[in-house]
Ligand binder design. Structure first.
Ligand code: PHE
Length: 359
């Protein structure tokens, strides 16, 4: 009891020196625990009497409170620094750049299909699809290309097993997206306004032809649709797609069995110094086929050709993609070369449209 000041100084030094919560708890037990140094002194009060007990009791209580307060204060400090060091240890550096070789790209074919869909989508067209493996009727006969028709020879067709014909003719890989015209007209009542992107197949392989390629077909059927609509729609499309407001567009008479009259569509360009420039100049590039739907095709689909008429068009996706993005060789589209895709590919949200252009 004689040296409470020394005890106090000693304990406070221990408290201040406790490096972590466990060391502090050891000091608390050493001083205030069941057999702690201050606890022992408090127990000893019982043997004292009168005035001395009262004075010593007060002094011990003051000391006990002071030590308790010092323990609490040190505990708060240690807890805070424990949280700080945990935060520092568990920190993740989100500023590290992602590994660049992992960035994906949209293939030019997908990008071009998206662009075509968004331009025609804004003109009120909806997307229709059909199977890659087709029946002779949908790919040829219903499109006014009967057996023995010379146009069949222009489509170097891949036939499937000739021994399992459907209605007498073998199945085939569709040579164009036009069979989806027939499928749609047989299943849906006019008015119709569809575009049909998809894979097509012809037995052909060089710098501008691949045995598998893509087309997008268009079909509009209504009661008063005329050739002026065809021209306006396709001129608007060409200008929006190539991003040239005054792009020259030419309609050149042509022949397709399923349209009458038919027109090939050319856009104006120049070839100065061996570089193709779309939009100006004295050269023309053919980009699509079109025409007014042949009444025989409407009748083949059970549509009254005295009431309904319309137009159709079809174009090669690879071709318009090569022209727009300056890709010289069609075969490279399918070589799956990551360096090629990094060069010609697109960012995920890069989808231009007529609306984006107007802004
Ligand atoms: N199907 C034709 C082709 O593959 C393109 C076309 C479609 C022409 C629709 C006119 C109308 O060459």
């Amino acid at each position: 009891m004689d040296d409470l000041d020394k005890l106090k100084a000693d304990v406070l030094a221990q408290v201040a020196g406790a490096a972590d919560l466990a060391a502090l708890e050891a000091v608390r037990i050493d001083v205030l625990g069941r057999n702690g140094r201050v606890t022992q002194l408090l127990k000893g009060l019982g043997q004292m009497d009168g005035e001395a007990r009262k004075t010593a009791g007060q002094a011990l209580n003051v000391l006990k409170n002071e030590i308790g307060a010092a323990l609490d204060a040190r505990k708060a400090v240690l807890e805070e620094s424990a949280i700080d060091s945990r935060l520092a240890a568990e920190k993740i550096d989100i500023s590290l750049p992602a590994r660049p070789s992992r960035t994906g790209k949209i293939h030019p074919i997908s990008q071009t299909i998206d662009e075509v869909i968004s331009i025609f989508g804004e003109m009120g067209f909806t997307v229709a699809e059909g199977p890659d493996i087709e029946e002779d009727w949908f790919n040829f006969t219903a499109l006014n290309i009967p057996p023995e028709h010379p146009a069949r020879q222009n489509h170097d067709t891949f036939y499937l097993d000739a021994n399992s014909p459907k209605d007498g003719a073998p199945l085939l890989l569709r040579t164009h997206t036009s069979p989806v015209q027939i499928r749609t007209m047989q299943n849906t009542k006019p008015p119709l306004r569809i575009i049909v992107p998809g894979r097509t197949f012809r037995c052909d392989h060089d710098a501008t032809h691949s045995p598998m390629f893509h087309q997008v077909e268009g079909l509009v059927i209504d009661e008063a649709t005329h050739m002026g609509h065809l021209k306006g729609c396709l001129i608007d499309f060409c200008r929006a797609f190539f991003g040239v407001d005054d792009l020259p567009v030419r309609f050149r008479p042509s022949y397709f069995p399923f349209t009458e009259p038919s027109a090939e569509v050319d856009i104006g360009c120049s070839f100065a110094d061996g570089t193709l420039k779309i939009g100006a100049g004295d050269r023309w590039l053919e980009i699509l086929g079109s025409g007014m739907v042949n009444p025989k095709v409407l009748e083949n689909c059970g549509i009254d050709s005295t009431k309904y008429q319309g137009f159709a068009f079809g174009m090669g996706i690879e071709r318009i993609s090569m022209l727009k993005y300056g890709i010289p060789d069609l075969r490279t589209f399918y070589e799956s070369d990551v360096r090629w895709l990094n060069h010609y590919g697109f960012a995920a949200l890069d989808v231009p449209s007529l609306i984006a252009k107007a802004r």
